[in-house]
Design a protein around this ligand. Structure first.
Ligand SMILES: C[S@@+](CC[C@H](N)C(=O)[O-])C[C@H]1O[C@@H](n2cnc3c(N)ncnc32)[C@H](O)[C@@H]1O
Length: 251
């Protein structure tokens, strides 16, 4: 899984890849069904991760403007990446356009209600407000929203947008997990279930688990110690990408 991630340009930190794996695996164990969706696919690093860990289901919806490069090159590289990983993109499940203008029904028509929604598109307040509203409207009761770049000083409006979402929906939604880059949110009825899924996950044992309060709910903050990050980066830079996974598998 780590080796595949490193072959695709993009942004997902290994701890978040392991959180995705743990949460989607737990949903599968409990037969909590539904589609998966991502706003902000870029070249597909986290999209292909979602495809891989939700297989054999094939119901991951990709939403992106695909306008970073000229002549459709971003989209073509996304398709090429799928071919080279042996996970071909299902183009029926791609929405090329502005997520902030998307009708929720367009998502439901393609994948039904969503059990895991990754939000990593536009990073301004208006994007986060629109995207979180969209995710909320299509989320299954047991659905999870993973917000990217929360508490990243480079993108302060993401933090404001996620906080606004949680405060506006404090009766129904709460955060249950945070990493260096992402905040994981679900409906309050499932808060204890997903918090337990994180605290019990074998894949997440290498991390320090700290409990904190965030806007009225208990959140597990996963801390990735510096020595592990350094070991991972070193192995990668030495071209030993297969071995770099070891840094996260031996606590
Ligand atoms: C940080 S990148 C996403 C990284 C990706 N999740 C990964 O795993 O590498 C942000 C992406 O959001 C897309 N984006 C930005 N604004 C958007 C919008 N309004 N609607 C849809 N996609 C958008 C950009 O085209 C870009 O591909």
């Amino acid at each position: 899984m780590f080796r595949d991630l490193q072959r695709i340009d993009g942004y997902i930190d290994p701890p978040d890849a392991l959180v995705f794996l743990s949460l989607i695996g737990r949903q599968r164990q409990e037969n909590l069904l539904g589609g998966l969706a991502e706003i902000g696919v870029y070249y597909g690093r986290s999209y292909f991760l979602l495809r891989k860990i939700s297989a054999p289901d094939s119901n991951v919806l990709a939403i992106d403007l695909f306008d970073i490069e000229e002549n459709d090159a971003q989209y073509q590289r996304f398709l090429d990446n799928g071919r080279s990983l042996g996970i071909p993109v299902d183009e029926e499940l791609v929405i090329s356009g502005d997520s902030t203008r998307l009708d929720p029904q367009a998502i439901i028509d393609k994948i039904g209600h969503v059990r895991f929604f990754s939000i990593d598109g536009g990073h301004l307040l208006r994007h986060v407000l629109a995207d979180s509203h969209l995710a909320e409207s299509v989320l299954a009761d047991h659905g999870i929203i993973a917000f990217d770049d929360t508490f990243n000083p480079a993108w302060p409006e993401v933090t404001i947008g996620v906080s606004d979402f949680l405060r506006r929906n404090s009766d129904t939604f709460s955060a249950f997990c945070m990493t260096k880059y992402k905040t994981y949110v679900c409906r309050r009825d499932f808060h204890d279930f997903y918090r337990a899924a994180i605290s019990e996950a074998l894949h997440l044992r290498p991390f320090e688990h700290a409990e904190m309060d965030f806007l009225g709910s208990k959140v597990i903050r996963l801390h990735n110690p510096l020595n592990r990050r350094v070991a991972y980066e070193l192995l990668q830079r030495l071209g030993m990408s297969a071995l770099s996974e070891w840094a996260y598998r031996h606590g």
